[in-house]
Design a protein around this ligand. Structure first.
Ligand code: NCD
Length: 300
């Protein structure tokens, strides 16, 4: 895989995807083999939005490769509060580290940052835009549990503001999966994403009720309604709590259905699903470490 930056899932070919997933599988099988692989390397963590999994798993991944991280910390503790621009912040941090992970509330911020620095920029989520490293661990989890052959995936919840969905749907198009998009009318995939998927050869099938497709699915990818991205709290309240799955509903699904979620969940997956064999979302979160190790190993 030869990329200077990882900004969008759109830049990843099927070959790139398989390269990262294969490397991640090798690392997961024998993490000791890479324990000193990048001992002299530092990864900069620039998170302008809350994060648990993305930040901690990048941190763990870099350290498990023998390297280390330098963390900007919370926005409140940095010069951003003095009015520093994103361009200046990343230019400075790029001088401290060999690669940067950036999470930022503005769509396009990772692309912007990449124009100002010479080290690789990894997009850890740019507003409602993209979240390509999440996609890699999502695909890894899908490949492990359902495989890519004859794959049918349902993606449910906030398809409008959910960046994990925008990235994942591109990658699923690349592995020729059949995709069903399930959401309230007001949270359908953005027109631009639908357009790009059509261009890439995907058939975008949209539904408002998951029961229309549940029985046909190999994977159900559930997402949180992205409350913080709604311009109007009343609009959020209209859809909050509407899209929820529980163990009773899943009785009607295939026994092998894999249920995923990028996490954090609010109320869209009832806790009774956790006890079923369908639940793979914690495994999915844990896969973030070997997958990000593989990515860093390949990019550094
Ligand atoms: C997601 C995100 O930040 O986009 N979380 C994650 O990285 N695993 C999903 C979300 O916040 O709902």
């Amino acid at each position: 895989m030869r990329h200077d930056h990882l900004l969008s899932a759109k830049q990843l070919s099927r070959g790139d995807l398989e390269t990262v997933l294969d490397r991640a599988a090798e690392i997961a099988a024998d993490p000791g083999a890479v324990a000193d692989a990048h001992g002299d390397r530092l990864l900069g963590l620039c998170f302008f939005e809350p994060s648990t999994r993305t930040k901690m798993s990048f941190d763990a991944a870099m350290k498990r490769l023998g390297g280390d991280t330098v963390d900007m910390g919370s926005v409140e503790s940095t010069s951003v509060t003095k009015g520093e621009s994103l361009a200046d912040t990343v230019r400075v941090v790029a001088g401290y580290a060999d690669a940067l992970v950036l999470r930022h509330p503005s769509e396009g911020s990772a692309t912007l940052a990449s124009e100002f620095v010479d080290v690789p920029v990894l997009n850890g989520g740019d507003g409602a835009g993209q979240h390509p490293t999440q996609t890699l661990l999502d695909l890894y989890t899908i490949r492990e549990n359902a495989g890519f052959e004859d794959l049918t995936v349902g993606i449910m919840g906030d398809l409008k503001y959910g960046r994990t969905v925008h990235s994942l749907s591109h990658a699923l198009t690349n592995v020729d999966a059949t995709q069903h998009f399930v959401s309230p009318e007001s949270l359908r995939l953005p027109r631009s994403v639908r357009f790009d998927l059509h261009e890439a050869g995907a058939q975008v099938r949209e539904h408002t009720d998951v029961e229309e497709v549940l029985e046909t699915l190999d994977v159900l990818y559930v997402t949180r309604i992205q409350r913080e991205r709604f311009p109007d709290e009343n609009e959020y309240r209209k859809v909050a709590g509407e899209y929820r799955i529980d163990a009773g509903l899943l009785d009607r699904a295939d026994d092998d259905l894999t249920v995923m979620h990028p996490l954090p969940r609010v109320d869209e997956i009832a806790p009774d699903v956790d006890e079923t064999t369908h639940a793979k979302y914690f495994e999915q979160a844990h896969n973030g470490v070997p997958v990000r190790m593989a990515l860093l190993d390949l990019m550094l």
